[in-house]
Design a binder for this molecule. Structure first.
Ligand SMILES: C[S@@+](CC[C@H](N)C(=O)[O-])C[C@H]1O[C@@H](n2cnc3c(N)ncnc32)[C@H](O)[C@@H]1O
Length: 358
């Protein structure tokens, strides 16, 4: 098997999904964009392809440790690392046990389904670091981004919302869980890059130790509210529910992360690196990073044009370009978003959004 420039083995007994190439490329760019030299733990390594790519593609990976609960996976990761001339440590066992014995600056969490039970485990690797990095993938999208309230409450302690901006809500619920767990370890969080793609959600987060940093993160948690009848939406420290007996009833999701989901300067570094590399999905990655840049300093939701046309009964679907132009001409920001091709983000008030659809 070949992924980008890495040749490696993928026997049937060990998990490998070629469709995650884009995720691994973006994550490897994030590793390369970090200014620090880092000791990396690929904690759910399977074939080892993530860790191998991080180390082969970036000069700042000082050391690499592979963990997997399956002996077969560790055997394959070892062979693949050797084939790629990498020196590394290999540990068979659950992250929940091994976390007490190992130290790292960067931990990769890529389990089957929810990362929730492993976030606390991953934070144990950072004792006694002042700065650290956590890279998390979630494939329980049906829970985070669907109407499955009970499992979301159980795994993330938050209420989801199955509406037109559900993918951003799901991502922000996952980041909230990381912020909460990190705060218990006296870490504040700064998401460097976060995205939703295909069947998964991904974030790479910088952690900074300090009670004030942790407290600041906790103050970035809140709710988004949404009225399915009017399309109106809002966000704040507390859910806005409107008058449940009248026509203004609002649904809500949260608590979730209301802070930034990307760091602008970090995105610029990732883009620069991408332009220096020859990834097979180079153009798509550049396009995605440009969309991430659009999302900085915007409200924590987006507007789905088709859904709003249905609610506003416009009878036709206006061109995205025209809508964005009208909002910008009115003095607001209006940008496309990576979350959905038929949606945009804007800092305009809802009345103005409705006006430009007319
Ligand atoms: C989705 S795969 C990882 C894919 C891999 N990171 C990649 O990019 O190809 C999940 C892996 O986590 C391993 N795993 C499951 N539970 C684990 C645990 N508690 N601790 C460590 N590894 C675990 C599984 O054996 C499996 O190999």
């Amino acid at each position: 098997m070949k992924e980008e420039s890495i040749e490696f083995q993928t026997p049937d007994a060990v998990f490998y999904n070629p469709k995650m190439n884009l995720c691994r490329s973006l994550s490897s760019l994030a590793v390369g964009a970090l200014e620090d030299e880092i000791d990396v733990v690929d904690a759910f390594c399977a074939t080892g392809i993530r860790g191998i790519r991080y180390a082969r593609e970036n000069a700042n990976v000082k050391s690499l440790t592979f963990l997997d609960i399956e002996e077969d996976a560790i055997m394959v990761a070892r062979k693949n690392a050797m084939q790629n001339k990498l020196t590394a440590e290999f540990k068979t066992g659950s992250i929940s046990r091994l976390a007490f014995d190992l130290m790292a600056d960067f931990v990769e969490i890529d389990p089957f389904g929810t990362p929730s039970p492993y976030i606390t485990d991953s934070l144990r690797f950072f004792n006694p670091k002042k700065t650290a990095y956590l890279s998390v993938t979630a494939t329980d999208v049906a829970v985070l981004c669907g109407g499955k309230t009970a499992p979301c409450l159980k795994n993330y302690h938050s209420k989801p919302l199955n509406n037109e901006f559900t993918h951003e809500t799901g991502l922000r619920i996952m980041i909230k869980k990381i912020a909460e767990n990190a705060a218990e370890f006296n870490f504040g969080i700064t998401p460097l890059v976060s995205f939703s793609d295909k069947h998964y959600l991904k974030t790479v987060i910088k952690l900074k130790r300090g009670a004030d940093n942790a407290f600041r993160s906790m103050k970035s948690l809140g709710y988004v509210s949404y009225d399915p009848k009017t399309g109106n939406r809002n966000y704040g420290r507390f859910p806005e529910t409107g008058d449940q007996k009248k026509e203004t009833a609002m649904e809500y999701a949260g608590p979730l992360w209301l802070g930034e989901i990307h760091d602008k300067e970090f995105l610029e570094k990732m883009k620069k690196l991408n332009n220096e590399r020859n990834y097979s999905e180079k153009d798509e990655i550049n396009h995605m990073i440009s969309l991430f840049e659009n999302e900085v300093a915007m409200p924590p939701y987006y507007y789905n044009i088709h859904n709003l046309c249905r609610i506003f009964k416009t009878g036709h679907v206006p061109k995205m370009k025209k809508l964005l132009e009208r909002l910008v001409e009115s003095g607001y920001r209006a940008e496309r978003t990576h979350f959905s091709r038929i949606s945009f983000k804007s800092d305009a008030p809802f009345d103005k959004i409705r006006e430009v659809f007319q």
